[in-house]
Design a protein around this ligand. Structure first.
Ligand SMILES: [Zn+2]
Length: 70
């Protein structure tokens, strides 16, 4: 069975104190779900529900900032 791919929320700008992670390469923290860039659909993060809070992922492809708060 294919994993669900869940789009992340694209942020308009970056908070000065936010923790920003660049992806891809896909950040693998868990196995449950794939989370994709809300702009271009590239998978950025693999994690379990409830595992990631308030982290920004900068998409290496389109530079969109995606907020992950699962
Ligand atoms: Zn993207």
């Amino acid at each position: 069975m294919a994993k669900p791919t869940i789009p992340l929320t694209v942020m308009p700008g970056r908070a000065a104190d936010a923790h920003v992670v660049k992806a891809p390469p896909v950040v693998e923290l868990g196995t449950e779900n794939d989370y994709a860039c809300g702009s271009c659909g590239t998978v950025l993060l693999r994690a379990n529900a409830g595992q990631v809070h308030n982290v920004l992922f900068e998409c290496s492809r389109c530079r969109a900032l995606n907020r992950a708060d699962l």
